[in-house]
Write a protein that binds this ligand. Structure first.
Ligand SMILES: CC(C)(COP(=O)(O)OP(=O)(O)OC[C@H]1O[C@@H](n2cnc3c(N)ncnc32)[C@H](O)[C@@H]1OP(=O)(O)O)[C@@H](O)C(=O)NCCC(=O)NCCS
Length: 145
């Protein structure tokens, strides 16, 4: 397991700017897509959580409060060299503790089909049928905190 530090980062900070590049590399470039300004308009209103190894950014995750009860987890990305080493699991666990401490009761997310097993292993439940988002299959998942 990697010696990873996880914490909230400020919107528009240096780490935030690095995290946008990581999101592009891990979540968009493999699909031949680019983030547009419109994609980023909500970033200022979301919580940004980063995983670092020393001064290197290795993972990112965004949380968007939908109601006082529910938070949407999105843009979960671990840099390729660090995938499969427990970083994603620690990022998700950190966010669950954070959301619980803030009084939220549920996390929801749209999981890519390739990440379904990852979220199932972290006790997220698949809800409903497969649907397309950014052109690839996704499943809605929830976890009660
Ligand atoms: C999906 C992702 C966030 C998982 O993070 P990770 O650091 O690689 O995963 P972890 O090493 O923490 O794995 C945690 C558990 O999930 C399992 N797992 C992780 N990725 C998996 C996959 N693609 N398929 C099956 N199981 C997987 C691991 O085996 C591990 O199980 P264990 O706890 O029993 O050992 C990361 O691989 C990633 O960024 N992938 C590319 C982008 C992506 O698909 N993001 C999700 C968008 S919804």
């Amino acid at each position: 397991m990697v010696n990873v530090n996880i914490g909230l980062i400020e919107f528009n900070s240096e780490l935030y700017i690095e995290s946008v590049a990581l999101r592009q590399d891990v979540l968009r470039t493999p699909l031949g897509l680019k983030f547009t300004k419109e994609n980023m308009t909500n970033d200022a209103n979301e919580m940004h959580i980063a995983a670092t190894d020393g001064d290197q950014l290795i993972g990112v995750l965004l949380l968007r409060p939908l109601t006082n009860h529910t938070v949407k987890m999105r843009q979960v990305a671990v840099s390729e060299a660090y995938q499969g080493k427990g970083v994603g699991k620690q990022l998700v666990a950190f966010c669950e503790s954070l959301c619980t401490s803030m009084g939220f009761k549920q996390i929801e997310l749209n999981a890519r089909e390739v990440a379904l097993q990852f979220y199932l292993s972290q006790s997220y439940e698949q809800i409903g049928e497969q649907f397309l988002e950014i052109g690839i299959p996704h499943f809605k998942m929830i976890k009660n905190l």
